[in-house]
Design a protein around this ligand. Structure first.
Ligand SMILES: *Cc1c(COP(=O)(O)O)cnc(C)c1O
Length: 388
């Protein structure tokens, strides 16, 4: 069975009624047959049939053992950190999602958990950073926003050899692009807000574990701390996942066309897209990814925030907004938006210059999207020539 068939037929038909769409079980509790005797459901924080369909679906899609649905991507990340104890250390990718950085720094540091950030595009940097206290390796690949790629298989080997857990934040790729557990990761997390839901209409997080033992621990944390996903939002994510492979294929095809177009523009300096042969980590991307995804970043030859601001404010189809992975294209200026809280020097070091622009390529026609950028580039080029 191929992937789309596996998804569509992995979502069970409702046993009670034959409903082909998953019913939304909007209930807080379940009537018991006798005290403590029930049909597997006692209270909706612990278990909900709609949420369970989503949890089983993501576990199967990520080729893992157990799935868990949380109220947000950050709640999912938070649940993983709660596997650790006072004094434990995390080695994390240096371009980590800003919200994860904030959680690690401002919440968990005071509980005695220390995080060491390294450039994980070279797996040796991870190996060298491991200490006896290291309990978790945390990577994102591709990273945000410069799309650096880390070799999941190589890092998983290092993690195993040192008995350290490897967690991959698979948000930017989605399981239609890569399956970290198949490469040896122990845990995968998602901001399902992005590609999995896919329509920019909710906030959700998912966790998948590779073993029953880890699954039981996450289940305990999920129930004990309570940041569960509501039935309706679970239903929307299921609905989103039904078209995930189709959407990601299309996002990726259009993104490659746009990235190629960007490379040919006079005003563009660097284009970051793992599907371009010029991309630093193209070979690893090709090895571990089925598609190259829908996110592209680029910066301008003239390093000017005002010009970049004009650019992102004047596109028609690319809407100016944070977030990514939806059917409608988005454009953002990380230095003023998603990455504003990162100190300037650190930002510049990781390639987030003042003119770096991030695109989340949607499902509009490629030609319309390219024309949208062409028009705004022409306006900008005129402004530059007037200035000169
Ligand atoms: C958005 C995002 C998150 C956080 O997810 P929320 O659903 O916004 O809480 C985590 N990791 C990555 C890579 C993200 O892009």
């Amino acid at each position: 069975m191929k992937e789309t068939t596996k998804i569509l037929h992995g979502i069970p038909v409702d046993e009670l009624t034959g409903a082909i769409a998953t019913p939304i079980y909007q209930t807080s509790t379940y009537v018991q047959i006798a005290p403590g005797v029930h049909k597997g459901y006692d209270y909706a924080r612990s278990n909900n049939p709609t949420r369970k369909v989503l949890e089983d679906l993501i576990a199967s899609l990520e080729e893992g053992r157990n799935g868990f649905a949380f109220a947000s991507g950050l709640a999912a990340i938070d649940a993983i950190v709660k596997l650790l104890q006072f004094g434990d250390e995390i080695i994390a990718v240096e371009d980590i999602y800003g919200g994860a950085f904030r959680l690690f720094t401002h919440i968990y540091q005071k509980f005695g958990i220390h995080v060491n950030y390294v450039d994980s595009t070279n797996a040796l940097n991870i190996e060298n950073a491991i200490t006896p206290k290291t309990k978790l390796i945390w990577i994102e690949t591709p990273t945000n926003p410069t799309l650096k790629i880390s070799d999941i298989q190589a890092i998983a080997k290092i993690a195993k050899a040192n008995k350290v857990l490897l967690c991959v934040d698979n948000t930017f790729a989605s399981p239609a692009v890569q399956k970290p557990i198949a490469f040896g990761a122990d845990i995968v997390i998602h901001s399902a807000t992005k590609y999995l839901a896919g329509h920019s209409d909710l906030i959700a997080g998912l966790v998948v574990t590779n073993s029953e033992e880890l699954g039981e621990k996450i289940k305990f944390i999920q129930n004990a701390t309570g940041a569960i996903l509501a039935p309706f939002d679970s239903w929307l994510v299921i609905r989103g996942i039904e078209t995930l492979p189709l959407r990601v294929k299309q996002h990726s095809e259009t993104a490659l066309k746009i990235a190629t177009f960007l490379q040919q523009q006079d005003i563009v300096n660097n284009v970051y897209y793992p599907g371009l042969q010029e991309h630093k980590n193209y070979d690893i991307a090709k090895k571990q990814q089925k598609y190259f995804g829908g996110i592209i970043s680029f910066d301008l030859k003239i390093e000017d925030k005002i010009l970049a601001t004009q650019l992102v404010s004047n596109t028609t189809y690319f809407k100016l907004a944070e977030s990514l992975g939806g059917v409608k294209s988005l454009i953002c200026l990380p230095c003023e938006m998603t990455h504003k809280s990162i100190p300037l020097e650190k930002r510049h070091q990781s390639g987030v210059t003042d003119s770096l622009i991030r695109l989340s390529v949607g499902l509009e026609d490629a030609e319309d999207l390219i024309n949208d950028l062409k028009t705004v580039f022409q306006t900008i080029a005129k402004k530059i020539s007037i200035k000169a």
